[in-house]
Design a binder for this molecule. Structure first.
Ligand code: ATP
Ligand code: MN
Length: 479
């Protein structure tokens, strides 16, 4: 018999029909005469209730069914008398596809800590929390592609192995086939990469932007959506060593258009989640309330769905870095030295505590900061006439801090070349990038959205390790 997915089954009302469902047991309870099994197949966060009446044929089967077992169940679709569900299946035939021994199976029908589940990452998809996150991740991947496709952007595959280390010096993972126990040396006694696979030193990419720029200067509107790698040894709840990034790049576009695009995109995907991931968001909202029930009222986060709507309902506040520094210097936590990094002058890089203060306490809405000091930003950002600042724009969100980093790019050859010299970026490895400023250069801009930071925000989870299936962080690459 053809299988019906639980998501579809729960919508049906043709009571009396024979149906087949397949899935994994979440719970089994019952009495001598009747057992109730909650079955989940991942198509929805909801389980279907199976009602099994005890019989000589069923008894030995039921004894083998425990949380985690995989079943194929045929039965009659029945209107449910119980609360919480409209339909249930009265099982007439059960096949155990795979048993799960309760003495070994780590996921029991009780609450497990997120830390425990991180150590069971191979099984944690089977919990409500992680299956909800997986479905939301999928919906967001789809929504992002749809957003750009509907607006005439082309998706570009930028390379994962790169020969330039312009952006990530010191934070890159090297890619090599050299024998690390017997490294060939050149005359200077240094590793001889001429004998390496590519004939030069190579790394995993930290961003697809530079290549996206090349494409934008021909196709006008492009975006990348790929994995990026950063060997930064920052053990925070917002950093991964391997994460996914969305990087649109647009020709004939300045920093204001860039901010509009970022705001439109974030609002579009958040609305998409509200429209398409209702059950999962409601579950995650309850999870968050439960997790924070012992916190003081003023330390609790905003209710999840309210928070998402709140972003939709507000125009993002757009201010300059210089204005932000003014606000921060005069702020209470700065004066009382409650910030870990006290702001005492113009030029300091902002930490997430400052970003969150601006968003959560001062403006009480998402903020876009622009025109940062050139010293704390990348070489390719468009220089302002003041000689001090660049046309950068960072989007700051509640709970997360920086969710997007972007800029208008320097399109003038001389200015770019000079800045590269000042920052010791070797022209030999970047000649192809510079050439675009010689041949038909135009104003252009783009940004990078960290996909996992978006998912953190949407799910209300507190740790970025819980919104990617198999997190890579310092000293952690088990699964
Ligand atoms: P941060 O200051 O938070 O480390 P960044 O300035 O290094 O961020 P960018 O280089 O501008 O970030 O990267 C663009 C976006 O990628 C960021 O806005 C953020 O959303 C995301 N991002 C950056 N580093 C990481 C990381 N290690 N793990 C997950 N996401 C990241
Ligand atoms: Mn960083």
């Amino acid at each position: 018999m053809k299988r019906t997915e639980i998501k579809d089954l729960l919508e049906r009302a043709d009571f009396g029909s024979k149906v087949n469902v397949k899935g994994w047991v979440r719970t089994k309870r019952g009495s001598k005469n009747v057992s109730f099994i909650a079955l989940n197949d991942g198509s929805t966060i909801k389980n279907v209730q199976l009602v099994v009446e005890m019989s000589p044929a069923m008894e030995p089967l039921l004894e083998k069914i425990h949380t985690g077992a995989a079943l194929s169940v045929t039965g009659d679709l029945t209107e449910s008398m119980g609360s919480g569900q409209k339909v249930e299946v009265h099982a007439t035939d059960i096949e155990i596809l795979g048993v799960a021994n309760p003495n070994d199976y780590p996921l029991q029908p009780k609450k497990h800590s997120l830390e425990f589940l991180r150590e069971k990452a191979h099984l944690r998809y089977r919990t409500n929390t992680f299956s909800a996150i997986a479905r939301i991740r999928h919906a967001m991947i789809f929504a992002i592609h749809k957003f750009f496709n509907d607006r005439g952007f082309y998706n570009i595959h930028s390379p994962i192995i790169t020969g330039s280390d312009a952006e990530g010096a010191g934070e890159m993972f090297q890619v090599t086939t050299l024998d690390l126990n017997n490294i060939p040396k050149n005359e200077e006694g240094k590793a001889d990469f001429q004998t390496d696979f590519f004939g030069k030193a190579t790394n995993l990419t930290v961003s697809g932007q530079l290549e996206a720029e090349l494409a934008a200067l021909a196709l006008s509107k492009v975006y990348t959506f790929g994995p990026t790698f950063r060997a930064e040894n920052s053990n925070t709840t917002r950093h991964l060593a391997e994460f996914w990034m969305i990087e649109p790049e647009v020709a004939f576009c300045d920093i204001n258009d860039d901010m509009d695009l970022a705001e439109d995109m974030l609002k579009y995907v958040i609305r998409y989640a509200l429209d398409n991931c209702k059950d999962d968001l409601e579950f995650l909202s309850k999870r968050l309330l439960d997790e924070e029930k012992n916190k003081k009222a003023d330390e609790r986060s905003m209710e999840l769905i309210e928070k998402l709507n709140f972003v939709l309902d507000n125009d993002f506040e757009r201010i300059t870095y210089t204005e932000a520094i003014q606000i921060l210097r005069n702020s209470k936590p700065n004066k009382k030295k409650r910030f870990q990094f006290v702001i005492d002058g113009w030029g300091a890089d902002l930490q997430s505590e400052h970003e969150r203060y601006l968003v959560e306490k001062h403006f009480k809405k998402p903020v876009i900061l622009t025109d940062y000091p050139k010293e704390i930003k990348a070489f390719y950002m468009k220089q302002n006439d003041d000689g001090k600042t660049v046309r950068a724009m960072d989007v700051l969100f509640p709970q997360i801090g920086e969710i997007i980093g972007g800029s208008q790019r320097e399109e003038e050859y001389d200015k770019l070349a000079t800045r590269m010299k000042e920052m010791d970026i070797p022209e030999e490895s970047m000649w192809w990038y510079l050439e675009t400023r010689k041949f038909g250069t135009v104003p252009h801009a783009g940004f990078g959205l960290g996909f996992e930071r978006l998912i953190l925000f949407l799910t209300g989870m507190g740790n970025i390790r819980d919104v990617i299936p198999f997190p890579r962080t310092p000293l952690n690459c088990e699964f």
